[in-house]
Design a protein around this ligand. Structure first.
Ligand SMILES: *Cc1c(COP(=O)(O)O)cnc(C)c1O
Length: 942
């Protein structure tokens, strides 16, 4: 493989390094290693049918060509997606900056203070604007946030009704997602025209849109009162920009607010990714789904951020979790939060006023020309009546380069935004056949009684301190410097595949032809996108051996739900709707169980044997017990224990014999690509994680894409069009047809540049690297599980329980001490408590692998020093880790080991040392004293 080939850039070890690693592992070649590791029953021996690999330069040229087949029109469609100007300082220093986009989810708070602060800004922005007490750190989109609000309302409501009332003026895609989520849970959704019809007698929740999809701004106060009288909770799906001018949902009594932050500087991207939001009133915070950032303190008593109330989440609560959400939209939440920091409250208000003034001028011009405009209060969207002429007006506007919303044969919706110009208004007037208008229009007219916002927002100093570009640049740099991401070193997280996110893969994401396309733009403008998606879906089908793929799910958890809903629909279609048991091994990822419950299934846990494999005896017992009700089994392959289980083929056969379907969680596909195809070895459906195996960066906890891949018999039940008629009965998983389409150029480029041979080599090197680390560390820490010939797959579990038992040194201590050595910790205590799971990936070169092994071996020696009594149990470099610069340079040094051992342990590069900004964070303290918005600056004074 020559260095002109991208694969040689993507894969860390070169031929010489590979040789040395093979020697340590004891094999002559990668082929021989893979033959030994992968059970023959699942092995696939062909070559993937993919195009010959393109160079980076040629792949970009092809993408330019594809992008050129999209048309960037002026978008005035609205419906939750708006034009916005991403401040260049944010685009270049967040979206295009690997310090932000290659970071992992902030489970290790000491090395994540930058993104935690950025997310706290986001949460503060949402709570301030919505007038509610607590907001989480992002949702996947507005529609899924609204669906999560529905289930939250059901958990919190005292009403026994199963009816959920939805405003007929809600966004159509939101109604579609709510309906899909409600169905398996036995919730009855009633869409009600709240201007004309009564509320039902009993219901547990009410969803209102504010402003409505039609643009109308209504005073919802009476409805909120009526809902509360019925014991129901109220969700207001609100536009945050409008809330700078309108009374906040919290101020009219709403219990929950949901929505999107897309128009805060995040391009539309043909549907995503952007950050949805969810906020709740006081008293509901412990029921909130998703990740929540809170303030706590570190070992020195200084304020420090970390994820709060994690016991709510799927990784702890599993089938009892409030939601299956795991990967969210962190990178986009950071962008939206920074947009608010950059503009400040007055800047946002000015953008909102200008947007409203544009809409007012548009309406005035139409009225002056004799065209009917809905006589309601509105913010940015005007509903225009042109009897019988709507399609013609929309087509005419399109010819002028402007997309409008075709509501029905008689009505057109026109939405203004931050990017609207007088020229756009002129084009719209012309399309309606009215003359250009230059009369006077009030810039900020009074709102009808009860609608205007009077309360302050974004009063925290952070929303005023970074308003010049110099200040913003430095603020972004300061926060990025707090964090450890892939741009500093290895992130050996098991199951998460923190591999290279190549710059060439990332560049097209910023191109206008991909960034500025509305998800409901006419098909004639999206040929490039549709070609790219069709190719990508085809390649993913080839890689996995399935027949059909949908990229709609915007995270792995959503792919799981989509796959399980397909299974559910399949059984129902065959008259076996009673099949509702989902078997899940005890080692499964938390999202599996949570998704099964959301799909209306009952979770039955199957045990593991002493080798960590699915216990086939227990499997038989559970199948026998639930034979008639068996819907599916959900297994991860290779297992979450990092082993290629040989029993997989038998497992599939037994479940099929009992009438069940086999779901293979594809998060570990990095161990299979080019060597085995789940769709060929017995599985019916999988989700993939494009943000793991296929190089979409983790973004600090999102975005992601979780395509669902199925065999032909499940293809009719793949996700449907959120804006279709709904008549096709397919489930709708996210708000946009193609989910987070804006980042699909990344996996496209990866596949296009790697080719069949490159992909297979990546898998081989990933497996080699895991076995190399296992071989080097085995004598220092036992490797918990292994499969054929003592080999692991693409990751290995280091068992620290014996060490902990003997010395009191915990996985936490080792994880934090690794920070001092310049590493991100491996996965802690998943899937086995008291262990560390290491996934090196193919992208780390041998020098970095050796640096990691050396650090682990040195840490083992430190543990021995604690065991021998040289250092006391409570005061040693492990217990005190991580060490900050402030700590080791303090005038006082009360510890029984030298400062240099604390701050510069063996092998650390003194010139390039990463220093965490805080000491070990006390998570429990923050959960007892919950603070989830920006703390007053005084909190940081000494
Ligand atoms: C990451 C992961 C998931 C969940 O994927 P998200 O994109 O975070 O929702 C599910 N299963 C396994 C095994 C995983 O590693």
């Amino acid at each position: 493989m020559t260095t002109e080939q991208f694969a040689a850039r993507h894969i860390g070890p070169d031929a010489d390094a590979e040789r040395r690693m093979l020697d340590v592992v004891g094999y002559d070649s990668i082929d021989e290693l893979m033959d030994a590791a992968i059970p023959e029953v699942i092995r696939w021996h062909g070559a993937l049918d993919l195009p010959e690999p393109a160079s980076e330069h040629d792949a970009l040229a092809e993408l330019r060509d594809i992008a050129g087949r999209n048309t960037v029109a002026v978008s005035m469609i609205g419906l939750g997606y708006h034009g916005t100007h991403t401040p260049a300082v944010i685009r270049r220093n967040v979206l295009e900056n690997p310090a932000w986009y290659t970071a992992y989810t902030p489970y290790q708070p000491e090395i994540s203070q930058g993104r935690l602060e950025a997310l706290l800004n986001f949460q503060t922005m949402v709570t301030d604007l919505t007038g509610l007490a607590t907001a989480n750190a992002s949702m996947l989109d507005e529609a899924t946030a609204a669906a999560e609000a529905m289930t939250l309302a059901r958990r919190a409501s005292k009403s026994r009704s199963s009816v959920y009332v939805v405003d007929a003026d809600a966004l159509p895609q939101t109604i579609a997602v709510i309906a899909s989520r409600a169905q398996p849970l036995g919730i009855e959704v009633r869409v009600v025209d709240l201007d004309a019809d009564e509320l039902p007698g009993e219901f547990f929740g009410l969803h209102l849109q504010y402003p409505g999809a039609s643009g109308a701004v209504r005073d919802h106060t009476p409805l909120v009162g009526a809902a509360h009288a019925a014991g129901a909770l109220v969700t207001v799906a609100a536009d945050l920009l409008a809330l700078t001018l309108l009374r906040a949902p919290g101020e009219i009594g709403a219990d929950i607010a949901a929505g999107t932050t897309q128009r805060f500087g995040v391009p539309m991207g043909f549907g995503g990714p952007h950050a949805g939001y969810l906020a709740v009133r006081a008293g509901l915070e412990r029921m909130l789904p998703g990740r929540l950032v809170g303030v706590s303190r570190d070992a020195a008593g200084n304020p420090a951020y970390r994820l709060a109330l994690q016991t709510r989440e799927q990784h702890i609560r599993r089938e009892k979790a409030t939601s299956n959400i795991c990967t969210a939209q962190v990178l986009l939440a950071v962008m939206a939060g920074m947009y608010a920091v950059y503009h400040g409250p007055d800047g946002l208000r000015a953008i909102a006023r200008r947007t409203r003034a544009m809409a007012a001028r548009l309406a005035a011009g139409l009225r002056a020309g004799g065209v009917g405009v809905a006589d309601v209060a509105f913010f940015d969207t005007v509903l225009v009546t042109v009897p019988g002429r709507a399609a013609q007006v929309v087509a005419d506007a399109q010819r002028r380069g402007v997309n409008l919303r075709l509501v029905d044969a008689d009505r057109v919706g026109v939405s203004c935004d931050e990017t609207t110009t007088p020229a756009h208004l002129a084009a719209v007037w012309a399309a309606f056949g009215v003359p250009a208008f230059d009369g006077d229009v009030a810039v900020d007219p009074a709102w009808p009684a009860g609608l205007a916002r009077t309360s302050a927002f974004l009063t925290h100093p952070v929303f005023g301190a970074h308003r010049s570009e110099t200040a913003m640049l430095r603020y972004l740099r300061r926060l990025a410097d707090f964090d450890y991401a892939l741009d500093r070193g290895m992130i050996p997280l098991g199951s998460c595949t923190m591999k290279l996110n190549a710059t060439t893969e990332m560049e097209p994401v910023s191109w206008a032809e991909f960034a500025h396309v509305h998800p409901f733009a006419p098909a004639s403008q999206t040929a490039g996108y549709r070609e790219l998606i069709a190719q990508l879906e085809g390649w993913l089908a080839e890689v996995t051996g399935y027949d059909a793929v949908s990229v709609q799910p915007n995270a792995g958890s959503q792919g799981e739900l989509a796959g399980l809903l397909a299974i559910r629909a399949y059984h129902a279609d065959r008259g076996e709707a009673h099949r509702d048991v989902c078997l899940i091994p005890s080692s499964a990822h938390g999202t599996n169980a949570a998704s099964a419950v959301m799909a209306g299934m009952r979770v039955v846990v199957v045990g593991c044997d002493d080798d960590g494999n699915v216990d086939l005896v227990d499997l038989d017992t559970k199948i026998d017990k639930h034979r008639d009700a068996l819907a599916a089994i959900m297994v991860t392959y290779p297992s979450t224990h990092g082993v290629y289980e040989t029993g997989i083929a038998q497992l599939c056969a037994r479940v099929h014999d009992a009438g069940g379907q086999v779901y293979v969680d594809g998060a570990n596909l990095n161990a299979l690509v080019g060597f085995a195809k789940p769709g060929r070895f017995g599985a019916d459906v999988s989700h993939l994680n494009l943000h793991k195996t296929f190089c979409i960066p983790h973004g600090g906890g999102g975005p992601g894409v979780g395509p669902v891949a199925v065999r032909a018999h499940l293809a009719p039940f793949l996700p449907g069009d959120p804006c279709g008629d709904g008549g096709d009965g397919r489930p709708v998983i996210s708000a946009a047809r193609h989910g987070s389409a804006g980042i699909l150029p990344i996996p496209w480029a990866y596949l296009r540049m790697m080719g069949a041979a490159g992909l297979a080599r990546a898998t081989g090197v990933a497996v080699l690297a895991a076995n190399y680390v296992a071989a080097r560390l085995r004598e220092h820490f036992p490797v918990l599980y292994a499969g054929n010939k003592g080999l692991v797959a693409h990751e290995c579990i280091l068992d620290l329980r014996p060490v902990t038992k003997a010395t009191g040194v915990t996985v936490d201590d080792v994880a934090k001490r690794l920070i001092d050595y310049g590493f991100h910790a491996p996965t802690m205590s998943f899937p086995v408590a008291g262990t560390l799971m290491v996934e090196p990936t193919e992208s780390e070169d041998l020098a970095e692998l050796d640096r990691f092994c050396a650090a682990m071996i040195a840490i083992r020696a430190e543990i021995d020093a604690v065991a021998s009594g040289r250092w006391p149990a409570g005061d040693n470099p492990l217990a005190n880790a991580p060490h900050t610069a402030a700590m080791v340079s303090a005038d006082e040094w009360p510890h029984p080991y030298p400062r240099s051992v604390g701050g510069y342990p063996a092998g650390v590069d003194r010139a390039g040392k990463y220093w965490p900004p805080v000491r070990r964070v006390d998570g429990a303290y923050g959960d007892r004293n919950l603070v989830c918005s920006c703390p007053a600056p005084e909190a940081f004074e000494d």
